[in-house]
Design a protein around this ligand. Structure first.
Ligand code: ADP
Ligand code: MG
Length: 342
């Protein structure tokens, strides 16, 4: 409610950032076979930029004049969109540039945002080529709307922006190193997908400066008194998600919306059996995991949170990409919050 919808100009000029190594390495082929003909019919002219290495798209959108494009389209996995979002946020004119609609077309192995948008659009759950077709169709219609971005700060002083989720422990380990979780069978992570056309939120703030984060206090200070503290416990996993899907087949936060100002925080406490864990993952295919009433699984919708690991172990991920959170001599909390509403 209250969100504004926009429509792309017609005819429309799109810059397509494509990672040829995404997923099974078929992004370019799929783009030419499925996407290109649909966009041509919709009068969307494309310029395709094929990434040659990690960080290539980040540099491209950070350094170049983007005024000739009406939309930036990412044909890849969530990882490439993460690069694009953070590259855009490094521009001195980020505030203006972030008004440009972004679109994700599922071309990777991790297409969670695409799956989420397909879900928000009211489409049936689909994967692969069908998901790509649905997402391309949304782009052809030219409809766009706002999407929340989450601001993330590490104790070592890094500031990042995230559109999908932050994870620590089990889920991130599976995402990055799924081989050791073969026993999960089909429920093993296939981080997934789609897309849509989403305009990122526009933030208040002095031009040039990054948006201020009014919810997080510096890592050296205790959290504000009105915050809820979950005292020292052992966690199997902590996952904060802001979209409905964690993967094409994982409906983790059924209540999530693109622009709800909410971080859906899940954590699994130690002591959970493998059978219970497996049941949770199987139930996630339909988004019914909370109905299991598993005493080890907790769900809290929050506006901000801070994670203070007691030991320097575990992979942390942001939007499915590994977050390097341990720099020499730095140890401390990692915090995440929604940037203040405009
Ligand atoms: P997937 O969903 O398969 O992981 P992504 O599009 O998310 O696919 O990309 C994964 C990673 O690949 C990103 O971190 C990105 O920086 C990197 N990348 C981008 N272009 C290339 C390239 N040409 N070769 C290798 N890696 C690349
Ligand atoms: Mg990825």
């Amino acid at each position: 409610p209250g969100d504004s919808y926009g429509v792309l100009p017609w005819p429309c000029r799109a810059l397509v950032l494509l990672n040829p190594q995404s997923g099974t390495g078929r992004a370019l082929e799929d783009f030419q076979a499925v996407v290109q003909p649909m966009l041509a019919e919709a009068d969307i002219a494309t310029t395709v930029f094929i990434t040659e290495r990690p960080h290539h798209a980040h540099e491209k959108v950070r350094d170049e004049d983007l005024s000739q494009w009406d939309t930036l389209v990412v044909m890849a996995g969530d990882g490439l969109l993460y690069e694009v979002v953070n590259g855009l946020m490094e521009r001195p004119d980020w505030e203006e540039t972030m008004k440009k609609p972004l679109c994700i077309l599922p071309g990777g192995s991790g297409n969670a945002l695409a799956a989420s948008i397909n879900h928000y659009a009211g489409n049936d759950h689909v994967a692969k080529k069908k998901l790509l077709t649905n997402c391309t169709f949304i782009l052809c219609k030219g409809l766009h709307t706002q999407m929340d971005l989450v601001s993330l700060s590490t104790a070592s002083g890094k500031r990042l922006f995230s559109f999908l989720g932050f994870g620590w422990g089990f889920i991130s380990d599976v995402d990055i190193d799924s081989e050791k979780y073969r026993w999960l069978g089909n429920a093993r992570f296939t981080l997934g997908t789609l897309q849509c056309l989403a305009k990122l939120r526009v933030y208040q703030g002095p031009p040039g400066a990054l948006p201020t984060d009014s919810l997080l206090v510096p890592p050296c200070q205790p959290v504000p008194a009105h915050w809820t503290v979950v005292p020292e416990e052992e966690f199997v996993s902590v996952y904060a998600i802001y979209q409905s899907h964690l993967g094409t087949n994982l409906l983790m936060a059924p209540a999530a919306q693109l622009h709800d100002g909410c971080i859906h925080l899940f954590y699994l406490k130690a002591g959970i059996s493998r059978v219970a864990l497996l049941k949770i993952f199987l139930a996630m295919a339909r988004g019914t995991h909370l109905d299991l009433n598993c005493p080890h699984l907790r769900y809290v919708p929050v506006r901000a949170f801070r994670l203070e690991p007691r030991a320097a172990t575990g992979i942390m991920t942001v939007d499915g990409e590994v977050l390097v959170w341990l720099s020499a001599g730095s140890r401390g909390p990692t915090g995440s919050s929604h940037i203040p509403f405009p």
